[in-house]
Write a protein that binds this ligand. Structure first.
Ligand SMILES: [Fe+2]
Ligand SMILES: [Fe+2]
Length: 388
């Protein structure tokens, strides 16, 4: 049998006799056990899958460079964080099925408000969650298969869950109930001249979301008593979805520039492309957020979702159907404008991602130990250099 054939063997017989002695991989599997149900997580780590991983490790011509390992470890952490936040959205507002763990029936009122942005919002939320979980599991499994340590953030799952109907009562890594959402991605992707990599800054689409603290999921069922506040929570989520995924759309090309191994580059390009499909989807849906003014009944914080197509908004910077990246300056103002992901500057990219998520309020309540851990991963990833 040719080696190629050996690698693709996936019979249950062979798999059942396979014994993995890799304790690091065991830890990854153990980490998934807190999530109920089998579904996708179980399918991703079948015995056949383990066999392939082990063979991949045996046939690998080289171990990862220190830099590639650091970049993948930071991305694994980012994907674990993404999974954690998307899981919360999926429990409350996603399609309820057995493909994801921990779904208990959802929250009908919140889901209905999300569907004001698109009738398929629940399916898209579900699928985005499934994608993040697959990214997390794949990157950690790849690290393990190449002798590097996977990333485990379980000890930081200390933040409370929403008490609203639909949410599991488990510890979380991320806080979706006190967000300050930077909505400047909206105008950044509409600008025909500006590029953050060239020092430009961009106006907020929803100025009141970029200050104060706003829930993107209901904290309790009482949050859903007011139709307007319920819509404001769903709209906040809609803009937050795109904020998260535009970050991933930049992070992968930023870090790819310092990867050494071509296969690792392939991983970053392949997963990064999916982050862009997510962003494009959410960019489109955010533009459908109904105009609404609401006051948080608990904190008194006000939020206003304006009609982005009407004065003082409107025009090329705000028009809601301009969802494809406008051509803009890239590398130098001397080149013709080009439609691109932005930013893509690689220097300091990982730490900037941590800073962006922290400013978003996503980690409110997290321990100093968590910030130290995640910052260290970011610093190591940012120290990675391309080795030729
Ligand atoms: Fe992801
Ligand atoms: Fe993502």
């Amino acid at each position: 049998m040719a080696r190629k054939d050996v690698i693709t063997v996936e019979s249950s017989e062979a798999a059942s006799s396979h014994q993995t002695s890799n304790s690091a991989l065991d830890r990854v599997i153990e980490r998934r056990k807190f999530l109920k149900g089998v579904g996708m997580a179980g399918a991703a780590l079948t015995a056949g899958g383990l066999l392939k991983l082990d063979l991949a490790a045996q046939t690998s011509s080289s171990t990862l460079t220190k830099g590639d390992s650091a970049i993948l470890r930071f991305l694994a952490a980012a994907e674990i964080i993404e999974t954690d936040l998307w899981q919360q959205y999926a429990e409350l507002g996603g399609t309820q099925d057995n493909e994801l763990p921990g779904l208990t029936g959802g929250n009908a009122i919140y889901t209905a408000a999300l569907k004001q942005l698109d009738g398929d919002m629940d399916q898209y939320i579900h699928d985005n969650t499934e994608d993040e979980l697959s990214h997390e599991l794949f990157i950690n499994a790849y690290l393990t298969a190449h002798g590097a340590d996977p990333v485990n953030l379980d000890k930081f799952r200390t933040l409370p869950s929403s008490k609203a109907t639909g949410a599991q009562q488990i510890g979380r890594l991320t806080n979706l109930m006190q967000l300050t959402v930077d909505t400047s991605w909206w105008t950044r992707y509409r600008s025909r001249t500006g590029n953050p990599d060239l020092g430009d800054s961009f106006k907020q689409a929803i100025p009141s979301l970029a200050v104060g603290r706003h829930p993107a999921i209901p904290r309790t069922d009482r949050d859903l008593a007011s139709v307007d506040f319920t819509q404001a929570i769903a709209n906040t989520a809609g803009f937050h979805f795109a904020f998260i995924e535009q970050g991933g759309s930049s992070l992968y090309p930023q870090l790819a520039q310092r990867v050494s191994n071509v296969e690792v580059l392939r991983i970053l390009l392949s997963i990064g492309g999916v982050e862009i499909t997510h962003f494009q989807t959410w960019h489109d849906k955010a533009g459908n957020a109904p105009a609404v003014n609401a006051t948080d009944p608990v904190t008194g914080v006000k939020v206003e979702f304006p009609n982005l197509n009407a004065s003082p908004f409107g025009g090329e910077d705000f028009q809601t159907n301009l969802i494809m990246p406008e051509p803009t300056a890239f590398l130098s103002h001397g080149f013709p404008a080009v439609s691109i992901i932005r930013p893509t500057e690689t220097q300091g990219a990982a730490m900037n991602a941590v800073k962006g998520l922290t400013a978003d309020g996503l980690f409110l309540g997290q321990s100093q130990e968590f910030f130290a851990f995640i910052s260290n991963l970011a610093l190591e990833a940012d120290a990675a250099q391309r080795e030729l």
